[in-house]
Design a protein around this ligand. Structure first.
Ligand SMILES: O=C1CCCN[C@@H]1CCCn1cnc2cc(F)c(Cl)cc2c1=O
Ligand SMILES: [Mg+2]
Length: 515
């Protein structure tokens, strides 16, 4: 029940673990490393994300569905190149009871190979297009890197959208529609700023044509983090799984018997419970969790104050009744308010209790306030205290909550913007990273150059020892090629040089150490 014992900037990973456990967001699952219990406070955030995103994709004509979590070996390994590199993280079921299974079955790490044989069966003519399915489910990937709650876990929750289109244009349009929804989930719900961009050829989903992404930033470590992805798969999986339709034009002409078969164009897109971890890392402080109002299960906690041993029973009762009325009134206008009338705890104890749990706004009400017909509001994000008239709560409280939501986003956005350094000279690259920044650099977009940049920017290459064993000498990866390119100074084709090699730069690319 105690508060957070370390400072966020001093020991980030201990801070992160303590915030998640002591705010009752999450519990460690001792039995299996890399697995965690998502407790109600965090699960409510996931449900808010689901409510928002699911109603938005329904408007795009996407339907929810559910496929089995088991994949046969034959199906999973249908195309070797699709799973190359991923094989070590596939979890297999090999026994039922004490007897070995004839054929081991994989637990889905993603559902392309589960779904697409049925896409092939269901899609016969272009009238069956577009097919737009989504599932909310769990997936398992037996990662070997150090697990981190929400950020890198062996089982996680996500939604995976899988769509099939007649034309590339239609697929391209949807890729960006979904990416925009991901931006809204982060920026409007979680108050987390993200940068939209295209993944490099090296970083994209190898099975697809191109990958678009929303990239987040964790200021405490200066590392970028992939927040969600929306891939255009091209016709690759259609060719792998024979998902074809007749060419309606050819049929019209009906000159050739064997009407031309056209492969469909597909997308797939995913957002995971990693989003919850990103939100905690960005907004949390040394008192604990800080929740954006739009995803807080308790938005306002109302606490009686100024009650002393000298307070008459009657006054105490009047304060408590007023508090219950205030809570009822706020709930009646859709605000999630709660009273903490536990009389075994002091107000100070209660303040810590709810600050640790990230409640965005506190209202303090005491006997004097009843006479002055006011309450004291205290914001969790910046501690600002303001008296609010008791007869205007239904307008003043929503206003304060909206201001908190906006301020939390603006604050995080300014920090992100201040930590994206536009760099034109290589000698500024690594110092910028060491200053906990990500860098925006003119880049030639060649994969060998990307490898070189990663190598040149990992500390083990420089004479200086990594300052502490905790900070691995991690090199910079390309995070994305932002759709919004700096215009000052512009990249001049065949003139602007690449930051690292002597090739010509094509675009500005975001590079950084990352999760
Ligand atoms: O990122 C998304 C959004 C939602 C649907 N899927 C795509 C691509 C997933 C890539 N990916 C990611 N991880 C994987 C892990 C594996 F063990 C295997 Cl066998 C395959 C993959 C794999 O294909
Ligand atoms: Mg992975």
């Amino acid at each position: 029940q105690i508060g957070i014992e370390v400072r966020k900037d001093a020991d980030f990973s201990t801070w992160y673990t303590q915030v998640l456990k002591r705010s009752e967001m999450l519990e460690y699952y001792e039995e299996v490393s890399g697995c965690y219990i998502i407790r109600p406070l965090a699960y409510n955030i996931w449900q808010e994300i689901q409510n928002f995103f699911d109603s938005a994709i329904k408007k795009l004509g996407v339907e929810d569905t559910y496929f089995p979590m088991f994949v046969s070996q034959r199906q999973l390994e249908k195309e070797k190149n699709h799973i190359d590199g991923f094989a070590p993280e596939v979890a297999w079921v090999t026994k039922a009871g004490s007897s070995d299974m004839e054929n081991p079955i994989a637990i889905r790490p993603t559902s392309e190979t589960v779904m697409y044989p049925y896409f092939s069966k269901w899609i016969r003519t272009h009238r069956d297009l577009p097919l737009k399915l989504n599932q909310w489910c769990n997936v398992v990937r037996w990662e070997f890197k150090k697990p981190q709650p929400f950020i890198r876990t062996r089982e996680f929750l996500w939604q995976e959208g899988h769509t099939a289109h007649f034309t590339k244009e239609e697929a391209d349009t949807e890729v960006h529609q979904i990416l925009e929804l991901y931006r809204q989930v982060y920026e409007d719900l979680l108050a987390v700023p993200v940068i939209k961009g295209l993944k490099s050829e090296k970083e994209k989903f190898a099975g697809g044509l191109y990958t678009t992404t929303v990239e987040g930033f964790i200021p405490t470590t200066g590392r970028g983090i992939q927040a969600a992805t929306s891939h255009c798969l091209g016709q690759n999986f259609a060719k792998m799984f024979d998902i074809v339709v007749e060419d309606p034009n050819a049929l019209a002409k009906s000159e050739n018997k064997e009407a031309k078969k056209l492969h469909v164009w597909q997308n797939s897109w995913g957002l995971t419970t990693r989003s919850i971890g990103v939100m905690v890392m960005i907004h949390g402080d040394d008192k604990g969790l800080v929740l954006p109002p739009r995803v807080a299960s308790i938005q306002v906690i109302v606490i009686p104050c100024g009650l002393t041993v000298k307070t008459s029973e009657e006054d105490k009762k009047r304060v408590e009744e007023k508090i219950n009325d205030v809570v009822k009134e706020l709930n009646s206008v859709g605000i999630k308010a709660k009273a903490d009338l536990r009389d075994t705890y002091t107000p100070g104890y209660k303040f810590n209790h709810w600050e640790l749990r990230g409640v965005p706004l506190r209202l303090e009400i005491g006997p004097r306030d009843l006479t002055n017909n006011q309450a004291l509001s205290v914001r969790r994000d910046n501690g600002v205290k303001d008296p609010v008239p008791l007869d205007k709560l239904t307008t003043s409280i929503p206003d304060i909550l909206n201001t908190i939501q906006k301020d939390m986003f603006e604050r995080a956005k300014k920090i992100y913007d201040d930590h994206v350094k536009v760099i034109h000279k290589w000698e500024d690259f690594v110092p910028a990273l060491d200053g906990k920044n990500v860098v925006l650099v003119p880049w030639c977009e060649q994969e060998h150059c990307e490898d070189k940049i990663k190598e040149r920017s990992s500390k083990s290459n420089t004479e200086q020892e990594p300052e502490d064993d905790k900070a691995p000498s991690m090199g910079a990866k390309s995070l994305c090629i932002p759709f919004e390119q700096p215009t000052e100074p512009p990249i001049v084709p065949n003139e602007t040089k690449c930051i690292s090699c002597d090739g010509f730069a094509k675009k500005y690319a975001l590079f950084g150490r990352s999760y």
